[in-house]
Design a protein around this ligand. Structure first.
Ligand code: C5P
Length: 311
């Protein structure tokens, strides 16, 4: 259940919501509705956005902490989430939202989805509504394929277009170096379209079966997890951004156990043995001249959750 924080007039609700890496992302062929069936292992990391919500005269969404252009107000996915929640609960979407971005914008880490999940959880709390998790997850799926996972967090198997989740037994604490590529984000639809084009033009290898990854997670076998990381969207992201190959190569040369494009990219996610190892790989990679910024992170992290009530 959510919404245990009952906010008085003028109160602020703050929500933390995680970014994600897909440890495994198998993409099927394009469906009639334009989406692709997926078999994916989502893994939430502690690189999280913070979303503050307070009552206001009208809906507004502002973002902080990034230089990229991010949609604001109703065009922001968090704004769309509040509009949807207000409709379903029969209320006005009169909320001011301030998002402190830490998840790379359009980076393949589902930052927009994290903000939407935070808006659902935070608004329910602000309005004192105890909305069952399953109900919230259904509304989250209407907003985007990755929004239900941002609500749940942890490590989960995603099927359908990614919105159908089932739990994954994982004994692994994972340390990451995340390298958001310079040159701006990649559009998710554009990356899927590029994959369709590559597949139509010739044979593109497919990610294979997810079971070996699930087995490696169950036993906490880091080398196994590194070996089984796979992403069908990686070829398409490389095709649109050839320089990503160099970043991935530099990360592996710096000693990462494994590396992958995160989701539709262009963030490169490098798996390391522990936080100290991640710090060393991050320093090496930062000096390689192939990236603009480098961050470390750890997972699994919890899903969108209220941090504090009264402001
Ligand atoms: O669900 P979401 O709005 O995040 O999806 C954005 C776009 O990504 C879709 O319009 C579609 O082009 C592509 N997509 C896809 N298959 C998926 C998820 C997303 O083709 N499973």
């Amino acid at each position: 259940m959510t919404g245990r924080v009952l906010a008085g007039p003028g109160a602020t609700v703050r929500v933390s919501s995680p970014g994600k890496v897909n440890l495994f992302l198998g993409v099927g062929d394009r469906r009639e509705d334009g989406y692709h069936d997926l078999v994916t292992v989502f893994h939430a990391v502690d690189l999280a956005d913070e979303v503050a919500l307070q009552p206001a005269d009208r809906l507004s969404v502002r973002t902080h902490g990034v230089t990229e252009v991010v949609p604001e107000d109703g065009d922001n996915l968090a704004g769309a989430a509040i509009t949807l929640l207000a409709q379903r609960l029969g209320r006005e979407p009169a909320v001011a939202v301030d998002i402190t971005k830490r998840i790379p914008v359009a980076g393949g880490m589902a930052g927009g989805s994290a903000d939407a999940a935070a808006a659902l959880v935070g608004c329910a709390a602000l309005w004192g509504q105890d909305v069952p998790r399953a109900q919230l997850a259904g509304w989250a799926a209407e907003l985007g394929s990755d929004v239900p996972f941002a609500l749940s967090g942890g490590t989960a198997l995603g099927t359908g277009r990614g919105e159908r989740l089932s739990p994954v037994l994982s004994r692994a604490e994972l340390s990451w170096v995340l390298a958001p590529a310079g040159g701006g984000g990649l559009s998710t639809p554009a990356v899927y379209t590029e994959l369709d084009r590559l597949r139509a033009a010739g044979d593109v290898p497919r990610a294979g079966e997810v079971e070996p990854m699930l087995a490696a997670l169950a036993t906490g076998d880091l080398a196994g997890i590194a070996a089984e990381m796979a992403n069908d969207l990686q070829a398409a992201a490389f095709s649109l951004r050839p320089e990503l190959r160099r970043t991935l190569r530099a990360g592996l040369d710096a000693g990462a156990l494994g590396g992958i494009v995160s989701g539709s990219g262009p963030t490169i996610a490098l798996l390391c043995a522990d936080p100290d190892h991640a710090a060393r790989v991050a320093t090496d990679l930062a000096g390689s001249g192939t990236v603009r910024t480098v961050r470390t992170a750890a997972g699994p992290a919890p899903g969108a959750r209220v941090l504090g009530g009264r402001g």
